[in-house]
Design a protein around this ligand. Sequence first.
Ligand SMILES: NC(=O)NC(NC(N)=O)C(=O)[O-]
Ligand SMILES: [Zn+2]
Ligand SMILES: [Zn+2]
Length: 504
Amino acid sequence: MEYKKWMILALIPLVLSFLVIYFDINPQAVTTKCSIIPYKHYWIASKRIVTPKGVISGAVEVKGGKIISVVEEDDWRENAGSKHIINYGEAVIMPGLIDVHAHLDDPGRAEWEGFPSGTMAAAAGGITMLIDMPLNSFPSTVSEETLKLKTNAAKGRIFVDVGFWGGLVPENAFNATSLERLLKAGVLGLKSFMCPSGINDFPMTNSSHIKEGLHALAKFKRPLLVHAEVQQELGGELETMNGADNARSYSTYLKTRPSSWEQAAVRELLTVTKDTRNGGPAEGAHLHIVHLADARSSLELIKEAKVSGDSVTVETCPHYLAFSAEEIPDGDTRFKCAPPIRDAENKEKLWKALMDGDIDMLSSDHSPTVPELKLFNDGDFLRAWGGISSLQFVLPVTWSYGLKYGISLNQLASWWSEKPAKLAGQDLKGAIAVGYHADIVVWEPEVEIELDDNHPIYIKHPKISAYMGSKLSGKVLATFVQGNLVFKEGKHAPAACGATILAT
Ligand SMILES: NC(=O)NC(NC(N)=O)C(=O)[O-]
Ligand SMILES: [Zn+2]
Ligand SMILES: [Zn+2]
């Protein structure tokens, strides 16, 4: 007995020293649930690393969640001692995508998507940060209190970093104190609609509300995002619209939201964006037009405003670049969104504008719902919920449809990471560069994926996505968020350790 006691006592220092050595070598071991790999300090290597200076062959050194060096092949070989190295060979290492426009519908309508499934889909698609829209969740994010409900709902349930836009609505637009409280609480900017949003507690704004919003934002140097469609009288377009069958035809829906709606909205917006010019009364504020579909007059107006010095940017979405109105099958409401997908020639013009830099960036506008609200049985384009589900697929979609136009990896990184980071005020995100967050996607552009029932899909309702059934180029191998490997070949990290990103 006595002997056993001594044995145990003698073992204590041994066990202690083992623990010390273990945690010293591997200080992150206590939190490995956040990451599929247990290292805090490691290298990832490949022959194609997309940096702001071009694509290089070499390695990225990650420590404590940040990128601490980026080295080219020759220097790298000498450096590669006994460190933890993940060599991805020919696969592309690129900054993680930042989706500035996603509706995750949590809290309140989590049955439509929710933070866990939405951010798992994001991670699987190479998105390392997304910014959640203030509407479709309930209540809408229009005050300090409702933002708190969002951050609480996100806690411990997000696999990538998530920021929040606040809503600019008539109720808070003329209430400077309320807007300031919302901005001080950390929303990265505001969002408003110039037409009915389809959500009761998110009413539309007019240009006087928008002017007030811009003035409130100027002090904080944050942007206002606007859904730019203003309802116009429909004339001759609707003459053909009688008989129940017509609602199943996409062209009917297209006629109900012509490009003149976008044009009218942009024209009105540009009367207030003058204030954002250098020396103007809202200098510091910025206006961002979301999901532009009209590549004709609306785009021309935006280009003119930029030339005049207005602080304005514009995004479009993969569905406007992938699909055209002519090819949307009757009754297939998976394709319904607002503004609508326009004609094939317009799509060509959108690509040209993107390639020329007139469209600044891309976003998903992932706006899902429950399948019942897509009314698949009736196929009624006029009554079905409008919104495209795409969150997990935007990288391969952009790449696959862009190949024909000769897009480059650096352009992808600019449209999906660098420009979105700038819009959202994220100085440490959006590039593979020293000092930046280690937010990284590793993917194989040449590998085909087939979005069939065997493909692991994480959005809550895959069947409402217009991309299901398609074959795309580009397979995501791994996604790192602030140094944590959160997704690797069909598997997520055990714990959801994404950060809520609040403006300070
Ligand atoms: N309430 C919505 O989510 N609307 C969205 N709907 C679309 N795009 O069809 C949007 O962003 O406008
Ligand atoms: Zn919108
Ligand atoms: Zn949207």
